[in-house]
Design a protein around this ligand. Structure first.
Ligand SMILES: Cc1cc2nc3c(=O)[nH]c(=O)nc-3n(C[C@H](O)[C@H](O)[C@H](O)COP(=O)(O)O)c2cc1C
Length: 214
């Protein structure tokens, strides 16, 4: 199962000084790679979100990145889910992307906060009715005793034809990063790791870049 990784060595001087721009380059390449070589990991925007309780008990799950900008990385979920409850008590989270075709990993650490209700409405209203109905009726992460009834309620709501309103407990979070790591698998296991961390001595938001041992 040992795989030789593609030789695209990283150098601090080849990377953008802005981690969001650098993320954009890799994200576009991951999408192109997936179109060229579809694999079981077929969503470049699938990411592992890790949260922790206030006592530091961690938990991880996949979510979909919906957009990113210098303001941060946005995903949508149920605010009353386990992840939502954990973010309520501890806003520090991490995101992890793994792009198998290009042998790349990006680690992001930051603080998660809710986006505005208007932005959440905008996204909710763009979703297919089936997804809207499911989000409106799902008590995500709570015990479900009757799956058949839930499915039939979702189906009923989805087919009523009436507009489905975003429930207040469903919406987006934006993760504002203070740390990035870009990892590139290399030949002979000589992998590259470049980190970006915020320079706290600078009055402007400035990113310090460093290389780590693989
Ligand atoms: C590829 C993939 C993408 C997913 N995307 C989302 C998502 O964007 N939002 C979400 O709430 N759950 C998503 N899920 C489901 C979550 O992994 C998880 O089961 C759910 O959010 C409940 O997590 P929690 O109990 O830790 O809150 C996704 C699962 C997979 C496998």
């Amino acid at each position: 199962m040992r795989k030789e990784y593609s030789p695209k060595p990283l150098d601090i001087y080849n990377l953008s000084p802005d981690p969001f721009t650098q993320f954009g380059f890799w994200f576009s390449e991951a999408e192109e790679q997936l179109i060229a070589n579809p694999s079981e990991l077929s969503e470049a925007n699938a990411m592992v979100l890790s949260t922790a309780t206030k006592d530091g008990i961690p938990s991880s799950r996949m979510v979909l990145l919906k957009c990113f900008s210098p303001d941060g990385f946005v995903f949508f979920t149920n605010y009353n889910s386990r992840k939502g409850e954990e973010i309520d008590e501890n806003k520090m989270v991490s995101l992890l992307f793994f792009w198998h075709n290009s042998m790349r990993q990006v680690r992001i650490e930051g603080a998660a906060t809710k986006i505005s209700m208007t932005e959440s409405d905008l996204y909710f209203n763009s979703r297919p009715r089936e997804s809207q109905a499911s989000s409106a009726l799902s008590l995500q992460s709570k015990t479900l005793d009757n799956k058949q009834k839930f499915d039939s309620d979702v189906n009923h709501l989805a087919t009523t034809g009436k507009p489905i309103k975003r429930p207040e407990n469903w919406g987006g979070y934006v993760v504002t990063p203070y740390y990035f790591e870009f990892w590139q698998g290399g030949i002979g296991r000589s992998h590259d790791r470049i980190i970006y961390s915020i320079d706290t001595n600078s009055s402007e938001k400035h990113w310090n870049m460093l290389r780590l041992y693989p």
